[in-house]
Design a protein around this ligand. Structure first.
Ligand code: K2U
Ligand code: ZN
Length: 171
């Protein structure tokens, strides 16, 4: 399992670099990220969150958690003006959930783990998730869209959750 960086860790603000070639170690990172995402009960994970600053996202929206998707060097383009609010969470901001508005239909252009082109128009949770993960690759965290007060509360909440996890880890 890979350690997930927690907000407000400044490394989460790093801009991810494009992947030049899908090497063996990138394939290993992809497998490790998928395992880490499942263990953390996430439906998406960006490489930035595990301190690897390359343009790589893994995702699995399936019920039985057995169809992971990989997006390399993704480009997301909104297809509609209208936005939809969704109660978002983030593995880097544990136990914090709040509404974020995003375009509800987007085009995803990327490469998959075999270097094959992906070019899809998506809506619903997939559209929300890919935009949330794209933000991570650009050093943006969903709490950045919330009020200053909510950002302060989020920082305090994460601090508490980490302390509890560390205690549990010690027992
Ligand atoms: O990038 C992450 O931190 C994983 C995110 C992905 C996500 C955020 C908002 C909306 C959809 C997906 C989540 O922690 S995965 C946990 C989760 C699962 C279902 C719905 C919302 C959040
Ligand atoms: Zn996140």
């Amino acid at each position: 399992l890979l350690p997930i960086l927690n907000y407000p860790d400044p490394r989460l603000r790093t801009i991810a670099k494009p992947v030049k070639e899908v090497t063996a170690e990138i394939k290993t990172l992809i497998a490790d990220m998928i395992e880490t995402m499942y263990d953390a009960q996430g439906i998406g994970l960006a490489a930035s969150q595990v301190d690897q600053h390359i343009q790589l996202i893994v995702m699995d929206l399936s019920e039985d958690k057995n169809s992971p998707r990989v997006f390399i060097n993704p480009k997301v383009t909104p297809l509609v003006e209208d936005k939809q609010a969704y109660e978002e969470g983030c593995l880097s901001v544990p136990d914090v959930y709040d509404k974020v508005e995003r375009p509800n239909k987007v085009r995803i252009e990327a490469l998959d783990e075999n270097g094959e082109k992906i070019d899809e128009e998506v809506d619903g949770l997939l559209a929300v998730c890919i935009q949330h993960e794209m933000d991570h690759l650009n050093g943006v965290i969903f709490v950045d869209y919330l009020s200053r007060l909510k950002q302060t509360r989020a920082r305090d909440k994460v601090r508490k959750v980490i302390k509890i996890r560390e205690k549990q880890g010690e027992q």
